[in-house]
Design a protein around this ligand. Structure first.
Ligand code: IMP
Length: 195
């Protein structure tokens, strides 16, 4: 079965590919000639994931899924949350977002944070949701060069290295996205008529 991952983020595609069973032919947006900016204007992770998968399904009529991720920081009342991508403003970089978090967390002893991913799957026009999360802390400085986004300043619970110091395989054992994708993969595996 062909399944489109509705994202332009190559890091996400790289992370997800090894988690999806071989019988699924995972396609990217460029594989279906979709080069548009996909709108993400909702105020919840679920709403944004759903908006992105619907956009692709409505336009291209393909089975697809989209994810939306947020980093909630307890001391910042859950910010940046659903606005994680644009925390430092429209068109900002990963580095800008990290700097804003570090500045807002300066001197704060409560470093608790949580990454959550919601996936919306549209299969034959029917929608299914899958969620994953990981708890951790916000570091006081960047550590590591792997991964993307907020990875250099996030240390997952039970570890003493940041996500950006982990290999892809290590991050995929525990990450918010891996947890959500594993649920998606298990669901697809249980649908014999789709294999
Ligand atoms: P979105 O799911 O692409 O909207 O992600 C929202 C924001 O969270 C973006 O700034 C991403 O870079 C960041 N983000 C998403 N997933 C991860 C991750 O696995 N690690 C670190 N940052 C992430």
């Amino acid at each position: 079965m062909d399944l489109v991952f509705a994202t332009n983020n190559q890091h996400k595609i790289k992370e997800i590919r090894p988690l999806i069973i071989d019988s699924i032919n995972l396609l990217s947006l460029s594989d279906i000639n979709c080069f548009e900016e996909i709108p993400e204007t909702q105020h919840t992770l679920k709403g944004n994931a759903s908006q992105k998968s619907h956009f692709v399904f409505d336009k291209f009529g393909v089975n697809c899924f989209a994810d939306d991720t947020g980093l909630e920081i307890e001391a910042l009342n859950g910010d940046p949350g659903v606005y994680s991508a644009r925390y430092a403003g429209e068109g900002c970089s990963f580095q800008d977002n990290i700097e804003k978090v570090l500045l807002n967390m300066d001197g704060n002893i409560n470093r608790k944070a949580k990454f959550t991913t919601v996936i919306s799957l549209l299969l034959d026009g029917k929608e299914y949701f899958f969620e994953g999360f990981v708890n951790g802390i916000i570091l006081t400085e960047k550590l590591g060069k792997e991964g993307f986004g907020y990875d250099p300043i996030f240390m997952p619970e039970g570890y003493n290295i940041s996500f950006a110091e982990m290999t892809l395989e290590e991050k995929n054992k525990i990450s918010h996205r891996a947890m959500a994708v594993n649920k998606l993969a298990a669901f697809l595996n249980l649908k014999p008529d789709n294999m």
